[in-house]
Design a protein around this ligand. Structure first.
Ligand code: ADP
Length: 747
């Protein structure tokens, strides 16, 4: 029967009353028929005493919270039915059961039901037996067996009826579900009781003095049965403990298996609900399993006080019942509506971190100590699981931090396995190379980067295990987009579970470029500066050494002119270099003004003509075209473009200088019919020191176009090139016009 007061329906009281009235009716009816004076009335109290004892020695088991008991009461009932009329049987059952219930301290609703049920069963059994018996030995034995059968049937039917009332389910459903589990137990109990009762009767018939001796076999049987159930219970609990421990051991983070763990605890204790209440995150957290899927609920400071939190203060595992010696726990148990609870504090070292509680246990009732020991072991498992979980959490946190650092650093970091496959690839590495981690990981793809050293030899990073020589610090790689990048790499090997090569790669493309430019600059500048110095020195020493009159006027003039030309070249080179350094500091065109471009062009042509006396320069332009810019810069750009055209185009062909006015720009184009510039070189020639190889024969620094483009852009214009290889090139300087939208007078 349910011990939760609110769960007991009134109909249970009705059934109890009905059974009691039935028993009393039989007793009264029998009494009215007249009492049998020959019955051994003196022995009835002895029977009642033994009956009470046998009713006390019970083995209980639960089904869905309902307690059923097997006891040896019916063994004592048998001789009583045989020796006494129904009225005495009813009185015996009422008194002996009531005393037994009192001894067992059963809760009142249940005790009343048990007394009524047993009295009714005894009355029915007694009536059946007295109707069947007729004095012949065979008939009497049948009468006894039938009588005892009736007792059992009435008793068990009343039990099923009360379960169906409490659970509000049909009698048939309850019988169908319970039948397979309990019918064997009932049958065995019935058979045992009939046999024992018959022996009891035989002994009594021989001499009534043997009656008290029966207490001993009853006690022994009780002890044996109790031992058996204890064994069974503890085995079930221990198996549950093993399964629960196993569940916790499976995942890396045991907290993930808490649901399964609690479910195993629930099953092994056949409990309705199991809670693990832990003190974490500054409050109490409850993990609960109640038959279905495990749920997780959180609750804050203890208000109202909870049984679990109060039970966490227990010294050891304990069983809490409504009648617990600890009044607070008993009160909380009742307040939360539980029938009983086994609670074990969860401790890490000496600190209590929670409590494991199993509520409303079912199944066979085992040896209390064993059960508590199992619960304590489970709580210890939960404690070590929580400890492991905290450790895993700490490790994961560390890993998260480390991975955050690796992912947020601007340095590329990757690791290669011994087989050359990529094991890790951070975000910076993806940014530098354009290859995402997803496409690189777990594959031998490092070759996609075509790593090379500074002497353009392939660097076989994937064969790092075999390569005896140290890997180069500076590695050039090709990005997914085809661009080239220079990486400054440092290498470490890690000899953990697997040998790994850890590579930290810093993108030093810009630095590398600067280094290269510096080297180029020094070699070009030293070469270019030395070139004009040689003839200057040569002619100067000729002039000094030779007698003045030994040199004719023409030769002297030629020497001086050459010295002048070379000094001008030197000057222009130095000017160019100064210009470059200015540009690189950032040129601004705050002082642009309207400039007559055509006048500038004429000036430049005139300046260039003496140096190129045999060349034709055609100017195609209106008289005057005004654009926005700086006169000096425009002259410098046009000079540069014209000198290039004269330098690189063959002698026989003219060079055209065309000035056009468009809607949005003034275009100054220098057109030659020279060798032209291949398409893939067109952007390169505007870079510092970049020259086409076939033009190395011509003197030049590779700075002219670089300077010109920057000057054009500083004036808000552009410098571009169009070219057809073998046919010529057109360099166009586009400048902003002075034109503004005109205001039209409207009359
Ligand atoms: P430099 O003329 O001193 O070499 P520039 O920057 O003026 O430097 O020109 C860069 C390169 O562009 C030249 O070396 C040459 O190879 C190429 N180039 C410039 N103008 C022309 C042209 N009109 N025709 C063919 N190639 C040219």
């Amino acid at each position: 029967m349910s011990e939760k007061p609110p769960a007991v329906p009134r109909s249970v009281g009705g059934l109890t009353l009905l059974l009691l009235l039935g028993a009393l009716a039989v007793g009264i009816a029998d009494m009215l028929l007249g009492l049998d004076k020959d019955a051994p009335w003196f022995a009835l109290p002895v029977f009642a005493a033994i009956g009470s004892a046998s009713g006390y020695f019970i083995i209980q088991y639960r089904y869905r919270g309902e307690v059923n008991a097997s006891d040896l009461f019916e063994a004592v009932l048998l001789p009583v039915i045989w020796l006494y009329p129904p009225v005495a049987v009813v009185a015996f059952a009422l008194v002996a059961q009531a005393v037994a219930e009192g001894l067992r301290r059963n809760e009142s609703v249940k005790a009343r039901f048990n007394v009524a049920s047993m009295s009714a069963a005894a009355a029915a059994g007694s009536v059946v037996a007295s109707l069947v018996r007729d004095g012949s030995p065979v008939r009497d034995v049948i009468a006894l067996a039938l009588g005892m059968g009736t007792v059992s049937v009435v008793n068990q039917t009343a039990f099923l009826a009360v379960i169906s009332l409490v659970q509000r389910r049909s009698l048939r459903t309850v019988a169908r579900e319970l039948g397979p589990a309990v019918i064997p137990v009932w049958t065995m109990t019935w058979l045992g009781n009939v046999c024992l009762g018959t022996l009891f009767l035989a002994a009594y018939s021989a001499t009534p003095a043997t009656l008290p001796l029966f207490v001993v076999p009853l006690a022994l049987l009780y002890a044996a049965g109790r031992g058996y159930t204890t064994e069974q219970t503890n085995r079930a609990r221990l198996e549950g403990l093993q399964r629960a421990t196993h569940a916790l051991g499976e995942p890396v983070d045991p907290r993930e298996a808490l649901g399964r763990f609690l479910n195993e605890v629930r099953q092994s204790f056949e409990a309705e609900v199991v809670d693990l209440v832990t003190c974490e995150e500054g409050g109490w957290v409850r993990y609960r399993v109640a038959g279905g899927a495990p749920g997780r609920t959180q609750f804050g400071p203890v208000e109202p006080p909870s049984l679990a939190v109060a039970a966490s203060q227990l010294e050891r595992a304990d069983r809490i019942t409504p009648a617990s010696t600890d009044v607070t726990l008993g009160r909380l148990l009742r307040a939360e509506g539980w029938r009983d609870c086994v609670a074990a504090p969860v401790r890490i070292k000496d600190e209590t971190v929670g409590v494991l509680c199993a509520y409303n246990r079912g199944g066979l009732e085992g040896f209390e100590e064993g059960e508590l020991a199992v619960m304590e072991a489970l709580a210890a498992e939960a404690a070590s699981a929580m400890q492991r979980s905290d450790l895993v959490e700490a490790i994961l946190e560390e890993r998260r931090k480390l991975s955050d650092i690796v992912e947020s650093t601007s340095d590329g970091i990757f690791t290669l396995g011994a087989d050359g496959s990529i094991r890790t690839w951070n975000t910076a590495m993806a940014n530098i190379t354009g290859y995402e981690a997803a496409s690189m990981l777990h594959a031998q793809r490092i070759g996609l980067l075509r790593p090379r050293d500074e002497s353009t030899n392939d660097v076989l990073l994937e064969r790092w295990v075999d390569s005896g020589t140290a890997l180069p610090a500076r590695v050039q790689v090709r990005t997914r987009q085809g661009a080239s990048r220079w990486l400054d790499c440092s290498y470490t090997t890690s000899d953990g579970e697997e040998r790994l090569l850890v590579v930290v790669a810093r993108d030093i493309t810009q630095m590398h470029e600067v280094d290269r430019l510096k080297a180029d600059f020094v070699s070009i500048v030293s070469h270019e500066l030395r070139t004009p110095i040689a003839p200057i020195k040569g002619f100067a020493s000729t002039l000094l050494q030779a007698e003045a009159d030994q040199l004719d006027e023409a030769t002297r003039r030629m020497a001086l002119e050459s010295i002048l030309r070379q000094s001008q070249r030197l000057e222009s080179l130095i000017m160019n270099l100064l210009e470059v350094s200015k540009i690189e500091r950032g040129t601004k065109a705050s002082d642009v003004v309207p400039v007559d471009v055509v006048a500038g062009c004429r000036r430049v042509i005139e300046e260039l003509r003496p140096a190129w006396p045999k060349r034709t320069i055609e100017l195609e332009a209106d008289d005057s075209v005004v654009a926005i810019g700086r006169e000096l810069w425009i002259d410098q750009i046009v000079t540069n473009l014209l000198s290039n055209a004269l330098k690189y185009a063959p002698e026989g062909v003219p060079v055209v200088l065309r000035v056009q006015t468009g809607a949005d720009a003034v275009r100054v184009s220098v057109i030659d019919r020279g060798p032209g510039i291949p398409e893939h070189e067109r952007s390169r020639i505007f870079e510092r020191f970049e020259r086409l190889h076939q033009h190395d024969m011509q003197a030049g620094t590779g700075l002219g176009l670089y300077i010109s483009r920057h000057l054009a852009e500083a004036m808000g214009g552009t410098l571009s090139v169009e070219s057809t290889v073998g046919q010529g090139s057109t360099f166009t300087l586009a400048l902003r016009t002075t034109k503004r939208p005109r205001l039209v007078a409207v009359s």
